[in-house]
Design a protein around this ligand. Structure first.
Ligand code: SF4
Length: 532
């Protein structure tokens, strides 16, 4: 869901991606800015609404300089126009730079919501810029505290602005605080997912991962170049081979004077709750998180799906994965069952932002995919998708596979468990009413319950059958213990107090709400530090 937009896409979207780059050679003023657009391109799948960067140059009156806009990285950095792209990079040169790609679960798709958010101040340690990946579950409580108790004014009313004010508050006073202490103060009040990239006018760069570790963050060094990013794919493409995960509650800091990298703990970890959907769908297929490669996890999800298959396979069966992220799941499913995996649905890669801007929805969904009857005609098609959050697009694809693709049967297979509860940690599915599965399944359902209702769910999708994975299948496929993963949206077991409180309020009040976010006004009784 895009606030202020017109289209609710079927699949959930991640909220953002962050990156930071630093020249570690004290005697060199080599600019690292050219790395930012290419790193953001590597993270483009984490957000296509807006992009931006802030760069630090101690030899320039504007110590920090920010460039940002709405649009893809290609559009914002004018990458199709060599001279303009070069001018942007040269104008914003710096020995340190941070970047951001945005997908909104809150706020609109206008330039003032693009990140990084820069806060100008005449004291250099209070002049900073930050980017944010996540979602503050206790957003409404934090906003009320800022505006009613501390007297702050909210211009944009989004999580990043709340973070901006909290960081500014942590930097109050006449003398510069130790940054690890300032970030420690943040944890006193925040609940949710909040990976932060921060750069100040003293040249301090900080990348912090929240104490519950919902979103990925990693860093590495190569030949005097430091880089930190949401996903390893961005670092690998800078030639960095040795990549280290930032642990929950840790921050990695680069000091300008010494050009040294420090890994520091600013908060005690509150367990480890890495979002399992990062492996299933959100992250880049080549990324490695917690030592587990995304592609490998997707392959094992497909193998698990195949193990639980009950349909008889014959030479008339074909697997068609919904492009693109379901491809490894579909391939593994087909490989295990010894049936072909073919491209029966071709995705138009250039629909891009047009797809999420205004206009007639059905036509846009239609133009995103083209069916190939030469592949699916007369076949028993196993349509493999990585997730089923809502249902509109998948129902349309099932119908088109039958009508345009001329399939004789269409069986839907989902490489994840049913999404039965909203996400309050940075994924755009924050209301119960927008989800497909809760009409049939609630917390604690069994395999028998799922088998019983899947016939009805398949009918709703106009499919011949529907099968999901179970929650217990997820952790073995990823290769991490179940306790180290957040599975709240498929289990309704929320790892933080604010998440649990919003869920209960949503069950009581919000079942029919399908837009916006569920947070407003439901957390008055949740104490600060909830869940920490
Ligand atoms: S609720 Fe679901 S989508 Fe949200 S962080 Fe947890 S696993 Fe990820």
């Amino acid at each position: 869901m895009i606030s202020g937009g017109t289209l609710t896409a079927d699949k959930a979207k991640d909220e953002c991606g962050i990156v930071g780059v630093y020249n570690l050679e004290p005697t060199s003023d080599r600019s690292v800015t050219p790395f930012i657009p290419s790193a953001l391109l590597d993270l483009q799948h984490r957000g296509q609404l807006a992009a931006g960067m802030t760069c630090f140059d101690p030899g320039r009156p504007h110590l920090l300089l920010t460039h940002k806009d709405t649009g893809s990285v290609r559009e914002v950095f004018r990458l199709a126009h060599v001279a303009k792209a070069k001018a942007i990079v040269e104008e914003h040169s710096g020995v340190a730079a941070i970047g951001h790609v945005r997908y909104a679960t809150s706020g609109r798709d206008q330039i003032e919501y693009a990140q990084p958010f820069e806060r100008h101040h005449s004291r250099t340690f209070k002049w900073f810029s930050l980017g944010f990946n996540g979602n503050l579950a206790n957003y409404s409580q934090l906003r009320d505290h800022l505006t009613k108790v501390r007297g702050y004014h909210m211009v944009h009313d989004v999580d990043t602005e709340i973070l901006l004010h909290h960081v500014a508050h942590a930097l109050r006073g006449e003398s510069k605080p130790v940054l690890v202490d300032a970030f420690r103060e943040l944890t006193q009040s925040l609940d949710g997912a909040y990976n932060i990239i921060f750069l100040n006018a003293d040249g301090d760069l900080v990348a912090a991962r929240d104490p519950m570790g919902f979103r990925p963050l990693c860093f590495g060094v190569r030949d005097g170049l430091f880089a930190v990013a949401s996903e390893s794919v961005a670092l690998r493409n800078m030639g960095i081979e040795e990549i280290t995960d930032v642990e929950p509650g840790q921050m990695v800091r680069v000091d300008y004077e010494t050009r040294t990298v420090h890994l520091e703990r600013y908060a005690e970890p509150c367990g480890h709750h890495h979002c399992f959907f990062e492996w299933v769908y959100f992250a880049h297929g080549s990324s490695v998180m917690e030592g587990r490669t995304v592609y490998d996890a997707r392959w094992r999800l497909g193998e698990h799906l195949a193990q639980s298959e009950v349909e008889q396979m014959d030479e008339n069966c074909v697997v068609v994965a919904v492009p693109d992220t379901a491809k490894p799941i579909g391939d593994a499913f087909a490989f295990s069952l010894r049936i072909p995996s073919l491209e029966g649905i071709v995705r138009n890669r250039y629909v891009g932002r047009t797809f999420i801007e205004g206009g007639e929805r059905a036509q846009k969904v239609r133009s995103k995919y083209t069916l190939l009857p030469s592949v699916t005609g007369g076949k028993r098609v196993f349509l493999v998708e990585d997730s089923l959050v809502r249902s509109t697009t998948l129902r349309d694809l099932v119908k088109r596979t039958r009508d345009e693709g001329q399939a004789s049967e269409v069986h839907v297979r989902i490489g994840a468990p049913p999404v039965i509860a909203p996400c309050f940690y940075g994924i755009d599915m924050s209301t119960l009413g927008e989800l497909f599965a809760p009409a049939w399944l609630t917390k604690g359902y069994t395999q028998q319950d799922l088998d019983r209702v899947s016939r009805e769910m398949a009918t709703q999708l106009e499919a011949d059958s529907l099968r999901y994975l179970l929650v217990k299948d997820v952790a073995p496929c990823i290769g991490l213990p179940h306790k180290d993963l957040c599975t709240a949206c498929v289990s309704a077991d929320y790892p933080s107090t604010a998440g649990e409180s919003i869920y209960q309020a949503e069950r009581t009040n919000g079942r029919h709400r399908t837009v916006g976010r569920a947070y407003d006004g439901v957390l008055a009784d949740v104490p600060p530090m909830a869940g920490h």
